[in-house]
Design a protein around this ligand. Sequence first.
Ligand code: GKR
Ligand code: MG
Length: 418
Amino acid sequence: MRITDIAVTPVAFRDPPLLNSVGVHEPWALRTIVEVHTDEGISGLGETYGDIGHLDRVRGAAPGLVGLDVHDLNGLRARVADALGGVAGSDRHGLTGPLTAESTVDRVFASFEVATWDIRGKALGRPVSDLLGGAVRDTVPYSAYLFYKWAGHPGDEPDAFGEALDPAGIVAQAEALIDAHGFGSIKLKGGVLEPRQEVEAVLALREAFPDHPLRLDPNAAWTPATSLEVAAALDGVVEYLEDPAPGIDGMAEVAAGAPMPLATNMCVIAFEHLAPAVARGAVQVVLSDHHYWGGLSRSKELAAICRTFGIGLSMHSNSHLGISLAAMTHLAAATPNLNYACDTHYPWNAADDVITTPFTFVDGAVRVPTAPGLGVELDRDALARAAEAYRACGLVQRDDTGYMQQHEPSYERKRPRW
Ligand SMILES: O=C([O-])[C@@H](O)[C@@H](O)[C@H](O)[C@@H](O)C(=O)[O-]
Ligand SMILES: [Mg+2]
């Protein structure tokens, strides 16, 4: 079954003003939808980042894959590597760690790799989770992903989610998300306010939701010393602390004194980071993400490495649509040692999805699709609208810092900030 053509479509969808350690989300989030077509008339879908550097790399690699057998994942990755020529990309927005030449290949390869699983599943009449080894769960739990946020984008009416800039606002946001979707665990995106205020918000969540596992993720906004103070204040309160301090060295220093596990999607984001992180005892949980770990099969390799070294596995998310959620859900279903609820931004963005039947959460979980392949279908009208939104929105690169500076000119990106 050979690849005959690949369509690469950048899209934009509405995003609320969510705050993080580098600024605030712009009104539009960007993604790229990949459709791989074959000579047997079966097509597969992938979804990946939308930033222009990455989009250009995906567009540059796609023509070289025509003619390849969809089963030849090694050949596919080698062709992507050839097309990229050993150049390392950059996330520029600063919310993931440093990219290497190898991890840049994995990011580009992943978008095509997922589409080939969709194709193989459709050809066999089996869901992707079956091809990945079989689902060990029928539903995949996700966590309520809370953000400090403005009431609305400057100049716009307040959005449906409203303002959340203090503990009461954060608790109200958690109540709204849990009422709507039934989430059984909670993650707060931190790195926005003074650490003391974020600790208060987590303690308020603990009081309001005594039984929900909690997590706090400041995206490396704190020094190791500050991280240790927060860790002491949240002893027994959070199930893990995510990326408190920058780098493997910073995380190792915190891990040596923190009472809870440390998780990361910033200092271990490529296979070459695993050995030094393990040697230093820097992280106890890795947040996997097939979009940058090289797709579904390499994410299973990551899972095996984590299992070998007794490292926990959770799942990271950025702003995304339903094709990504389908792939995340199949992977999570077929990964026995994924032992935490996964992250997802989906509730913030689902209204603009480009699939015919957007996902819903029941008791905080997504039912693993049982239809062949990823089990999702493109809504061509919605895709056309999202592609038009991309052309019209004027954004080609996520820039949370720049958007923040338009509204707060003295704002600076600093890491660590506290
Ligand atoms: O969208 C955001 O603001 C998040 O901070 C995201 O970009 C991070 O990559 C992510 O959610 C995380 O867990 O670090
Ligand atoms: Mg994180």
